[in-house]
Design a protein. Structure first.
Length: 145
């Protein structure tokens, strides 16, 4: 995520190109929540090496985006530290992968019966969205009257 995507009033914006070679660009905004704003502010306050560019919100200490291997190693360290802290505090902690965060968010929105699930995923097909991101293990249906 680049700093230019952060808008103080409305939230975080992004543009997605859908499909291979597609010329269709979809624009979206993640509206601020207290937790999101706090997380972004903490990331923005993180000090990088002197003279390092600050284009990326979650860049490495040299101001560059993480490589896939660098990010995996950093996330592994973070998960271990969180697991240790949770154990010492007697709190539960379950490791997760970032690739599971989007499906978890979509599943939570579906469980809450939120009306903006399609906007959150930027999919144009509900079938595709449900096939790719709905992780509810048990489907629940109301009986007819």
């Amino acid at each position: 995520m680049r700093r230019s995507q952060i808008h103080e009033e409305k939230g975080i914006s992004w543009t997605a190109n859908k499909g291979q070679g597609s010329q269709i660009s979809l624009k979206g905004t993640i509206v601020w929540s207290d937790t999101l704003r706090k997380t972004i502010n903490e990331a923005l306050a993180f000090k990088r090496y002197a003279g390092a560019p600050d284009e990326f919100v979650f860049g490495n200490l040299a101001g560059q985006r993480y490589t896939k291997g660098g990010w995996k190693k950093t996330l592994s360290y973070l998960m271990s530290a969180c697991a240790d802290a949770a154990e010492s505090e007697g709190r539960p902690f379950e490791r997760f992968n970032l690739r599971d965060c989007r499906p978890a968010g979509v599943t939570e929105k579906l469980n809450n019966k939120d009306s903006d699930v399609m906007e959150a995923t930027m999919h144009t097909s509900e079938v595709t969205m449900r096939r790719n991101y709905d992780r509810r293990r048990t489907r629940v249906a109301k009986p007819t009257k």
